[in-house]
Design a protein around this ligand. Structure first.
Ligand code: PEP
Ligand code: MN
Length: 427
């Protein structure tokens, strides 16, 4: 693995190597205080480490680990998202629901990147707009769960960064050492992302691919932060990913995750489900985009195909009236999950397409830019979602059902969704 820059060690507090001397109060100390206050708030979906001392040791080691991303890369993404927010570009984000250590192979990473680049090429060709690409990759190792125990009464699998999917009590016990493994896997994946982008730079759909994950596990997320004084206010730049999002289950306004995201200079996503009120959406926008930077915040609606046309319009109107320029992104996956008759968690390509159609209808009617899509997919030929031109049925699901968490579109289904999206985007 090649590394061109060394991250400054920050064992206890974020450091500010590029802060001007004599600023008062020093941004590092002020930010460190705000970070501690953010992390002291109630945090949903955190594991209870059996050995807190070991967890602290791991955090110390992580704080001295190498960065996964550079600030220059993240700044380029911010520029791209500003263009999306202004209606001048389109955003495609996608990848595994949950990355796993075992599947973090060159073949898998490249297949996912190829599929993402293919979707971007389809969209770019049809719309003539630049397409910003973000992979769910190089850190998507922690999962929020709706239950804390599984059907067998075992602690639920929370992602490879926390425990193992293997159904034994020992394997399901949270192990903080997994955060170090996650970091190493993320670094390896990021090397492959950079190699892939260099090789495909000249292709349609080529160019830079950024990486993202859900900022869920706060012991991991707090570990590689650096003071960033380049923006409108001193903030913390996370070196763990270019784009971080806050999920539907951890977005309480008085909680740690929102307070943490507020401190970051990275572009931020926020998942909003069908229970989101227009007032809550406006409150999120004020908290997460206080300096009114176009594209700083991406609102990721995940309403369900049968709700989006009712729920999204009032939210869009309220946010538009607030004057903030967000990126509007459609996640057509998480509101459309059901269990098949033969017991598989699945999604129907028709429902996914219909939610995207509803997203375009709402934005076209309101005159806002339908900025992009966020999907769970893999370049591999899995059978996890039903439908698509090959007509995958419920009976086909067991054939190649491989996801560690939610069902993903396969490469062909992802291509079909991109083709439909491109038609609506070009209309
Ligand atoms: C996810 O993106 O995998 C996820 C858990 O989404 P949400 O927070 O929208 O449920
Ligand atoms: Mn998911």
């Amino acid at each position: 693995m090649t590394r061109t820059m060394q991250w400054p060690a920050a064992p206890h507090a974020p450091v500010a190597p590029d802060a001007p001397a004599g600023t008062a109060p020093p941004p590092d100390a002020a930010l460190a205080t705000r970070l501690e206050a953010a992390l002291a708030r109630p945090a949903a979906q955190q594991p209870v480490w059996p050995d807190p001392r070991l967890a602290r040791e791991v955090r110390e080691r992580l704080s001295r680990a190498e960065p996964i991303v550079t600030r220059a890369e993240t700044a380029r993404l911010s520029g791209g998202l500003a263009a999306v927010a202004r209606g001048e570009a389109f955003l495609v984000q996608g990848g595994d629901c949950a990355e796993t250590f075992a599947a973090n192979t060159e073949a898998h990473v490249r297949a996912n990147l190829r599929s993402l680049a293919d979707m971007a090429a389809v969209l770019g060709r049809r719309t003539g707009l630049p397409v910003v690409k973000i992979a769910r990759m190089a850190g998507q190792y922690a999962k929020p769960r709706s239950q804390s125990v599984d059907a067998q009464g075992l602690p639920v699998y929370r992602g490879d960064m926390i425990n193992s999917a293997e159904p034994t009590p020992a394997a399901r016990t949270p192990d903080p050492g997994r955060m170090l493994r996650a970091h190493a896997h993320a670094a390896g994946a990021m090397d492959l992302v950079r190699a892939f982008c260099a090789e495909t730079a000249a292709d349609a759909g080529g160019g830079e691919i950024h990486v993202s994950h859900e900022a869920l596990l706060l012991d991991y997320e707090r570990s590689l932060l650096r003071a960033d004084t380049s923006g409108p206010a001193p903030r913390l730049s996370s070196a763990l990913g270019h784009f971080l999002w806050i999920g539907e289950r951890t977005r309480r306004l008085d909680g740690a995750h929102i307070a943490f995201a507020e401190l970051l200079s990275n572009p931020i996503g926020l998942k909003i489900g069908p229970g989101t009120t227009p007032e809550a959406a406006a409150a999120y926008v004020r908290r997460l985009d206080p300096h009114r930077e176009p594209g700083r915040l991406t609102l990721v609606s995940r309403m369900g195909h049968d709700r989006i046309r009712q729920v999204l319009p009032a939210i869009v109107e309220e946010v538009t009236a607030s004057g903030h320029r967000v990126v509007w992104q459609c996640d057509p996956m998480h509101g459309n999950t059901h269990t098949s008759a033969n017991g598989y968690k699945t999604r129907d390509v028709r429902h996914i397409a219909d939610e995207i159609a509803g997203f375009f209808e709402v934005h076209r009617r309101l005159g806002t830019h339908p900025g992009g899509i966020h999907i769970e997919m893999t370049g591999e030929d899995v059978t996890e979602c039903v439908g698509g031109s090959r007509g995958i049925t419920e009976a086909d699901l067991p054939t190649r059902y491989r996801t560690a968490c939610d069902p993903r579109l396969n490469a062909e289904q992802a291509h079909e969704i991109a083709t439909l999206t491109a038609e609506w985007a070009a209309a």
